[in-house]
Every structure is written in C-alpha cells, then in structure tokens.
Design a protein around this ligand. Structure first.
Ligand code: GLC
Length: 730
C-alpha cells in the first residue's frame, strides 16, 4: 500500500500500522532520503543566492532539479526562504509538493521547515512580534502563546509545515550574537515562555488539516560560548547543564514540542552533533523526548571540516547517526545520502537504526496530516496581518520596553519645547526588527512594509510640528526646554554575523550622544538592538534611558506612546544589563561572584539588574507574610505580599518571587526566581499577590548527575526589598 492510497482512516486511526507498513516497502535509499533536508536555494532556477548561501530575491522553482533530487535521492524535506507574498508561497509549495509526491515511488509527501522566528517573519505582510528577549521582558507567557497562534493562523496553509521555533537557549552571555533570540537568563522564564509558544502554535492548527510542527532549539548549551562568539566552544559543568540549560527543553517536551534542533557548537570539547550522551542518553533517556531530531545547518559535515573530531565526511555521518540525529540539514548536497547508504551496506550502521529515524519522521508527517492534506490552500489568505493580530504584537511591544532611568524628561510634556529626534537608528525600520526578519539578515529597509513606522515617524505623528529629525553628523541645536531623543544601538545581524569585539556602544554613537548632552537639552537615550550594549560612559548625562531591544513592526508606535505618556511602561529586564566590559554576572550569582572582600567592592558592574524596570506609576511593597515559618517536604507555605500603586497613573506591575537557599551542598545562588505574576493596579489601589511555596517545586535543585535534591534547612523568600525566612524540616 503506498501512501497515496493511505485513506484518512488508516493514517489517523492506526498510524503505527501505517508507518510500519510503509517502512516495510521502502528501499534503503528511500529511507535515507527521508533523513535528508535540503535548502530551498538548491531548488531554484538560477537563484540569486547570497554569499552566505541564504536565498536572494528570486524564488522560482527548478522543477527538473526537484525531480532529480526526489527520483534519485528521495529527499523528504526542504527548508528556508524569504518573505514573499502568501500567494507566491502557495504556488511554490504546491508545485514543489506535487513534484515530490509524483516523483516519489511511494508518494511520500515532503515536510518543509521555515524560520518564523518572531511572528511569520518569512511571509510578506506577516505580523512581526518583538523578538524573544523583548517577550521575556513582558513576563507574560500569553504573548508568546499568541505569537505561536498567530504564526499558525498566518502560515499553516502555505505549506510551512515545520516552524523552527521556539529558541530555548538561556541568555546567560550578553556577548552572544543570538542573545535577542533567548527569552531570558533565567531558565524558568525561558521554559514557560517557550512552552506557551508551542501550545499556541499547536492549538491554532490542531483543529485544522494544516497542522504545524514546533522545534525546540538549539539543544543544548548553545547560548554560552566561552568567547561570546556564535558556535564557538562552550564549557558547561553538568551542574549547570541540569540546573540552567536542560529545564527549558524539559518544559518544551511537557508542552508537546514535535521536534528538536541541535546546537552546532561544542560543549567541553565534544560537538553536540557527535554526543550520544546528549542526543540519546539525556535527550531521549533522561528528558524522555521521542520525536524527530534535526541537525542544524551543515552540522554533520562540520564534525569533519570544523570540529575536526572525525577524519572524513563519511565518518562524520556515522558519528552523527550513532549520536542520535534523525534528519541532516545537509543543506546543499546529497553526499549525506551516499555516505549513509554505504555505511549501512558496510554494516557500520544497522538498518534497524535507520528504521528508528524513518519511523519518527513518518510519524511526524502523519501527525501533521501531510498524507491526507499535503498541499497548501488559499483559504486563510484573509487571516494574514489582521489588525487584531497586529494589536497583540503591539501590546507585546508596549509591555516589553523597559524604562531604566527617568529623572524628569518623561513623559514629554504636551506643551513645551521641541522634540528633536536623532541618532543612527532614529529613522531605520530594520533596526526595530533585527535578524530573521523578511530575510536572514535584513540589510536594507526597501522590503519592509511601506506603512511601518520608524521611531522618527512615530514621534512625528505623536508631536506634529514640535518634532524634528536631525540626521547624525549634521549640526544639533537645542535649548533647555527641548527634549532630544537619541536612538542608538545595533543594526540587524544573525548568528555569526553578529560576532563582535566590543560590548560598548560604538564610539561614533557615544560622541553623538555627548554632542546632544552639550546642548543643555534633556537627553532621552533610546536603545535598540539584539543585546545590551554598555552605555555607562554616557548614562550619567542622560535624563532618561529606555531599553527597547527589538520590539518588532509595531515597536515604534509603542515607543512613541510610552514617551508621550499615552501608555505606561511595564517591562522589566529579563537579563542583567552589564555596565563594564571587564566584569559581568547574572542575577542568580553567588556570594563569591562579587568577591570575598566586600569592602573592596569596585563600582557596580551592572547598569541595571534582572527584573528592573521603572514605570510612570510607583509601587510600594508591604505586608509580606507567611502562613508558617517552617514546613516538611510534603507541606506547603502560603506567602502573601501587598503591592500599592502610590502613583497617579494606572500601571502594570510584575511581582517577582525569589527564594534563597541559605546553605546547600553546592554553592547556592543569592536568589533564584520561583514565580512571577503581572497585574494592572489603579492609582491608590492595593492588591495582594501570593505564592504557594511547594518544597519539591520551589526548593530543590539537581546534582551533577541530574538527580533532584531537596535539602532541609533555612530558606529566605525575597520579594522586592522584603524578605521572610522559613525552614524546611525533614
Ligand atoms: C541556522 C540556525 C537555526 C535555523 C537553521 C535553518 O543556522 O542556527 O536556528 O533554524 O539554520 O535556517
């Protein structure tokens, strides 16, 4: 029975039997073809390919090339693309799938992967959300769930079967160029935001024929390269692996993530793509994942060409398969197929091992309904870029922007002085969206939406005649009544293109801010970009500092509404913002991270700590209380705190609940986030927030073997400046 006559009943009700039957009919080359994924530029007619291999602006299918790839190599998966109109995606995917099913002896449909990294970012007209570090700053997983839902709404009918998201790497090194793709330095926030995304994507498409697969990436330890450069070696203790880096992936599995993508770097001298311990013993044994594992870009051959752990490309294939990968994103050639077939024929890889991967891949295609409905449809075209979707993205942007300092300039008064907007990113659309937007690296604004605001156009709309734009490098005139909004930061980059040498704001931008400060006007520094650049040398001279990160297509209008006071700030940093190039620590640091000689403590080395964010309101915390000052391991303690809005504006406040384990078998963190909750509080209103302290959930940790530890002793609950001690008894 080929898959073509796989009626709905068979694949739906007996997927196991269907998959086993299909595998029994497949030749070895056909099985290996299912384990192969090629990039779309290898399918295009004279594609306008960029030097890095990413697609250029053309998008025409080379039918003969596809026929050859499928009839000869039985390739089962393709990926990648650029933002083209939905109609063009439908034409491309329909033709591609028709050829693939026609040319495949058993008619097995292909699965197509795409990097919709912050909304449907490779779809013209798609709703573009803030990037993940902004979503982390909202401390609201609902925004992440909505992002998943809206990606599904806008892209599931286009043949985009497999969304290579969420990124679940933990952002504990602010030098890392993909820092903006991480939700936070705190694994609890990463896991909850990522799980929400997975649920949103799955919920949206679970009831339609067009289901989509999510992808937890990049497993594991990708975000903490020793040098800070992309894919460079990382040193991670097993203690940190189990306590910081595995938990978000565990949360993804519990949320039903379909697939995993592997970290292309190496940990402690072992490339992750060659690590059976990580990809099989831990991912499948310890975490219990049973789905498809796909390599990252070209990462099998890189075991030979880059990591130098094997002496031939063929040995790289053997090692990666033995480690536990299911699909190789080769992504340019079919050598992977040739080598893998040879390895099986030589008895170096068992066909049973191949069947394991093929079964996972076919089950994924069955789960997504690809055997019943392999072709795209135009039925959802009217759901792309809905104003309701854009409103969600805008609210997420609003709640993701963090006010770090405000002496007196914000909100800008409605009736006095000019609003002079300047800085290299003041009138730049792509600076608001960052990498993975419409292109891998958007290096021009020309393909950004015509109507998309820049910070300048949004402020001009807000302040009318009072607003003027001063291009960097021209003369800057202002008086004490005026407000200067200087927009600084980084232009878009992705992956290694973001590797750099200096954590500080570039010299030319620092000089321009100093020029602004010399005018005597109030300077509002607005920071855009993918990671927290150091601004210490100009911070004192700024009246206000706003971190806006990468707030997406709706970000500029959100920024303008916050600066004008029409909206109130509520974002809090999901990471620690460094102040010095020579020292950095995360919020859950240990006492000894700050040195033993406290009296010699140098100047503070953070500009602002994790969880910091100001508001136009002011919130007072009081009455922290515990239902008991001790409990046993199977009891709980209820904690309550009162938060009062002592300001004059309604505002949203995120209460962050931390716990410190006073003494532990491993050096304990000074505090660890255990829960967070965000609510709006009216002026003068007091609200009670609470947490049910559950020892197994809130007081434990993992030892270096991944064994859960729960040790009796003293603990301290920390909320804002308040603390309350309690004891865990045996
Ligand atoms: C890239 C990235 C990964 C992405 C993949 C496909 O190298 O590391 O995040 O999903 O290739 O584009």
């Amino acid at each position: 029975m080929s898959s073509e006559n796989a009626d709905n009943q068979t694949t739906k009700s007996e997927p196991q039997a269907f998959v086993e039957q299909l595998i029994s009919q497949m030749s070895l080359p056909e099985k290996v073809g299912q384990m192969t994924q090629l990039t779309n530029t290898s399918l295009q007619i004279d594609p306008d390919i960029n030097p890095d291999g990413s697609p250029g602006d053309t998008f025409g299918l080379d039918a003969e090339r596809v026929e050859e790839l499928v009839s000869t190599y039985h390739v089962g998966s393709f990926l990648n693309g650029i933002a083209i109109p939905a109609e063009d995606w439908i034409v491309f995917m329909k033709e591609l799938q028709e050829i693939c099913i026609r040319e495949h002896r058993l008619g097995i449909p292909i699965i197509y992967g795409i990097d919709h990294m912050h909304g449907a970012s490779y779809l013209e007209g798609g709703t573009i959300f803030p990037h993940r570090s902004n979503l982390g700053a909202t401390f609201t997983p609902e925004f992440s769930r909505e992002e998943g839902r809206i990606i599904g709404l806008e892209s599931s009918h286009l043949g985009h079967h497999w969304v290579f998201a969420p990124v679940l790497d933990v952002g504990r090194n602010p030098r890392f160029p993909r820092f903006y793709e991480t939700y936070s330095e705190e694994q609890l926030l990463c896991g909850q935001m990522g799980a929400a995304f997975i649920r949103g994507l799955t919920e949206q498409t679970s009831h339609t024929a067009y289901r989509q697969a999510s992808c937890a990436k990049h497993f594991v330890g990708y975000s903490v390269p020793n040098s800070g450069w992309d894919r460079s070696p990382a040193t991670i203790s097993d203690l940190d692996l189990y306590n910081h880096f595995l938990p978000p992936f565990q949360a993804a599995i519990e949320a039903g993530v379909h697939t995993f993508m592997v970290n292309g770097g190496d940990i402690n001298g072992v490339p992750v793509h060659a690590s059976r311990r990580l990809l099989t013993d831990i991912l499948r044994g310890y975490l219990g994942f049973s789905g498809v594992v796909v390599t990252d870009w070209e990462d099998v051959i890189r075991l030979h060409t880059v990591h130098k752990v094997v002496e031939s490309p063929k040995e790289a294939v053997r090692v990666a398969i033995e480690a536990g990968i299911d699909i190789s994103m080769t992504p340019f050639d079919t050598e992977f197929c040739d080598y893998l077939i040879e390895l099986v024929e030589e008895g170096k890889i068992s066909e049973r091992r191949i069947d394991e991967s093929v079964a996972r891949i076919l089950h994924l295609k069955v789960d997504l309904g690809l055997f019943q409905q392999p072709f795209p449809s135009s039925e959802n075209l009217n759901k792309i870029g809905l104003s309701s979707s854009r409103r969600v993205a805008r609210q997420a942007a609003l709640e993701s922007i963090v006010l770090l300092k405000n002496k007196s300039s914000l909100p800008i008064s409605p009736d006095s002085g000019k609003v002079i907007v300047s800085g290299p990113l003041a009138n730049m659309k792509r600076a608001l969206a960052g990498g993975w937007t419409l292109r891998w690296i958007p290096d021009t604004d020309r393909y950004f939406p015509e109507k998309m605001d820049t910070v300048w156009t949004a402020l001009e709309y807000q302040f009318g005649e009072r607003a003027t734009l001063v291009e960097s490098g021209t003369e800057l005139f202002a008086t004490a009544e005026d407000t200067l909004v200087i927009v600084v930061g980084e232009e878009p980059y992705s992956e290694g293109s973001g590797n750099n040498y200096d954590a500080r704001l570039p010299e030319d931008q620092v000089d321009w801010v100093r020029k602004a400060q010399a005018t005597g006007a109030k300077v509002v520094l607005l920071i855009l970009g993918g990671r927290p650049q150091i601004i210490t040398e100009i911070e004192a001279g700024c009246d206000a500092v706003i971190w806006a990160g990468l707030p997406g297509f709706e970000g500029a209008s959100a920024i303008a509404d916050l600066i004008s006071g029409r909206e109130n700030f509520s974002g809090k940093l999901p990471f620690s913002y460094p102040a010095q190039t020579g020292h950095f620590y995360t919020y859950d640091h240990k006492l000894m991270d700050l040195g033993h000689y406290q009296e010699f403590q140098p100047t503070k080395t953070l500009l602002a700590p994790f969880g910091y964010g100001l508001s136009y309101s002011s919130f007072q915390y009081s009455h922290l209380s515990l239902s008991a000052d001790h409990c046993s391991k199977d009891e709980t303690i209820k904690a309550e705190v009162t938060v009062t809005n002592t300001g004059e504006k309604a505002g949203k406040e995120t209460v962050l609940w931390f716990i410190r384990d006073e003494y532990a078998s491993y050096t304990p963190a000074l505090r660890k986030l255990k829960h967070y909750e965000k609510r709006e509080i009216q002026p003068g209103e007091s609200q009670k927030y609470s947490i049910e302290i559950n020892p197994s959930k809130h007081l434990g940790f993992f030892d270096e073997h991944g064994t859960e530890m729960l040790e009796v002793g003293e603990f301290t609950l920390i909320v804002d400046e308040l603390e309350a001690k309690f004891t865990l008894n045996s």
